[in-house]
Write a protein that binds this ligand. Sequence first.
Ligand SMILES: Cc1cc2nc3c(=O)[nH]c(=O)nc-3n(C[C@H](O)[C@H](O)[C@H](O)COP(=O)(O)OP(=O)(O)OC[C@H]3O[C@@H](n4cnc5c(N)ncnc54)[C@H](O)[C@@H]3O)c2cc1C
Ligand code: SF4
Ligand code: SF4
Ligand code: SF4
Length: 404
Amino acid sequence: MKNTKTGGKSIVGVVDKRACCGCGACSVICPQSCIEHVYGEHYNFPKVDTEQCVDCGKCLEVCPSAFLLNGTDPGFSDEPAKASFDCYLIHSPDDSIRLDSSSGGFITALLLHLMNKGELDGGVVARCNREDVLVAESFIAADRESLLSARASKYAPASSCTVLADVLERPGRYAFVGTPCMIQGLRRLQELLPELQDRIVLTIGLVCAGMASREGTRAYIEEQGGVNMADVRRICYRGAGWPGRFRVFGENDKVLMDRPLLGGSLDHVVPHDHYLRCWNCLDHWCRFADIAVSDPWTDEMVLNERKGKSAVMVRTERGREAVASAIDSGDIAAESITIEEMLSYNKHLVIDSKHPRHGWMAGYQLMFFYRLRYLWTVVWSLLRRKRIGLKTTLKARLSRKYYC
Ligand SMILES: Cc1cc2nc3c(=O)[nH]c(=O)nc-3n(C[C@H](O)[C@H](O)[C@H](O)COP(=O)(O)OP(=O)(O)OC[C@H]3O[C@@H](n4cnc5c(N)ncnc54)[C@H](O)[C@@H]3O)c2cc1C
Ligand code: SF4
Ligand code: SF4
Ligand code: SF4
């Protein structure tokens, strides 16, 4: 019989325990179509119509966050040694692509190259929704114009896996761009839906520290003053060179706000109320993607680089072929870097067994499940005087309207 309190075998428990990262994979697999993906005030999350649910358990099977209900081990199999990955600093030689991208425009240039070559019919990417500008809307870009309109990072919850329902309806070969957890959701879906293996032929992961709540953007714009949210038609979190600027546009692309990323929006928007799931994340480097991409955050780059370069880690043979083809054609310009350099750009995201994250995860287990066997990890983290994220966990635990 179905356990209605925990949602039985469905993902109701994942949402109840604030473990969801809003990837959207569950709504794609549900045979009853009884999962609605909600774009809430703060985060995206699924809502199950329990009357229609037949408790088949498929949604839980594809969920990249369900492991948190059972402990702190995401159950990843061994990955190849990072030393075997080729790494590069890459930029698009075309300034009309490069300057309004996040870093060097690598992702957009690579997708355009593969589409022009006839190897891709499009890519799953994200753009600012025109009706609700705080929503990062995932969609299939199938031509140059739509790809360009989707350039640059959206520091707001996106649900890239929801678009896989459209991909299933649309024969062709596509690339998938998303955060590491979205790529985990995709991989799990591909195990259950073989047609998705043929349709998604390349995965590009965005090295990710966390997904900020929509409130972060709203609060920043309101704090800066002078802009009425009702007048906003488009938000660009990055672009206008590197590290770039945070810009808000109104009707007819009139600039309503223009602030530097560093010392401005990066400090206010990006760290704003990440999903609690992000504090429990062990995959910032896109271990299931063909290619992982990040910003090369070094003092030297921040001081001297004005156009941007993307730091690229090629993790699979498929990724290697795609990057080599774009380099050979001159559609991207690349210089090799070492894996150590690649990791050093985001040192804080390299998580080893001593990282305080294990303490945060233990805190989560204590708060939500009273699992005392993790108590020692929390105490040990405290003894080592590391922050353990208990405040975040406690806040999420006590907030009745977390996903709203
Ligand atoms: C939420 C988030 C957190 C990040 N955290 C870090 C970090 O901590 N450290 C770091 O070095 N880099 C981080 N990145 C990656 C970095 O900001 C750039 O995305 C990366 O350097 C690629 O730049 P590019 O110029 O090659 O890409 P571009 O050519 O600009 O293309 C970017 C592509 O990503 C897609 N995209 C943008 N936002 C999203 C989203 N939210 N969900 C799905 N797809 C999206 C766009 O539609 C576009 O296709 C993060 C990105 C995101 C979205
Ligand atoms: S029917 Fe199956 S997939 Fe759909 S919500 Fe219920 S358990 Fe999940
Ligand atoms: S993490 Fe993804 S699959 Fe899991 S409940 Fe949330 S939206 Fe659904
Ligand atoms: S930090 Fe982890 S859980 Fe959060 S958005 Fe990034 S990949 Fe997903």
